[in-house]
Design a protein around this ligand. Sequence first.
Ligand code: NDP
Length: 339
Amino acid sequence: MTKGADHIRLSLEQVRHLAEQPLLRCGISRDHADAMAEVVTLAEADEARSHGLYRILGCVAAVRSGKVDPVAVPEVTSTAGAVVRIDAKGGFALHPLRIGRPLLAERARQFGIAALALNHCYHFSALWGDVEPVAEDGLVALACTIGAHSVALAGGSAPAFGTNPLAFAYPRGEGRKPFVFDLSASTVAKGEIELRRRSGASLPPGWAVDEHGAPTTSPDAALRGAILPFGGHKGAALGLMVELLAGPLLGDLRSAEALAVDTRDGGPLRGGYLMLAIDPARFGGAGRLNEADAWLTALAEQHRPARLPGTRRHAARARAREEGVLVSRSLHEQLMELC
Ligand code: NDP
């Protein structure tokens, strides 16, 4: 452990331990804690800190408030045809996702395309970690869930839908890292605004409006008002699509309904989650994975300094394995108090 002024450098093993111990101490079962610590460590390694260690604080608060069942045992309620349904029983989402992913892959290989629907879960992490393993297994993956009810329609001034992340992963052939993007429907994830509020930083213009609909750079005013959708009406349309796919389609909550039943403990919201998997072998594309990989590689080389989504993360991850990651001292102290 190396200490600097405001940050502490930790190895990834130390990050994982720091993530897992508070979860176990507050009564979260080993299955859930292990899945959660793995994904939080990946987020720190990828320098996706808005979904890293600081999320542990919200997860512990959500257990302490009685909102999330820390020992929920997920139930696979249906594997009929190409649809795998899992009831998370009011627990965190990552352990049921670990259970569901092999079933999803099996069904996708059998039918060409399959879906994993998760109900009554609390999803707090980046979707990147959910889809990448599916593409590493040779399948195309698309995942979405309901996020915090805080995004306005283009031109609007009040939250209309959630931050509603959407992630996509495409395999690039044996031994190659998949092409992945993972984005919220908002200009920025709500966690990023909360991190800036905690550090006293202001927001770049164009991220949010206050409760009167006026543009703001204040994190507090943004949290009272609304975050703007990315890309204006186009991002809003995608956000609405995710709201429908992960909410009503699954018989689960819309983001406003999730907010209405929330205990406001700072932890994740209850809701549904959908992941689709497609087998390129069943669509005639298995023989073209290397070609797609060559196309993406050429794009990245020919269009510098532009980059493909995912390259920042993969570079950060490789660095983190060698050098560890920087964790803010105040967050480290808060987590140590929970250990
Ligand atoms: P970003 O805007 O930071 O990034 C979105 C995507 O664009 C990433 O795949 C990123 O790749 C890529 N990208 C960013 N900059 C560039 C660039 N200059 N050129 C090419 N590609 C680029 O993410 P968001 O703020 O929208 O979302 C952050 C996270 O929040 C997501 O992981 C999402 O899953 C999570 N989230 C989770 C919620 C939940 O309830 N579980 C709710 C809302 C959000 P790269 O990673 O390589 O930078």
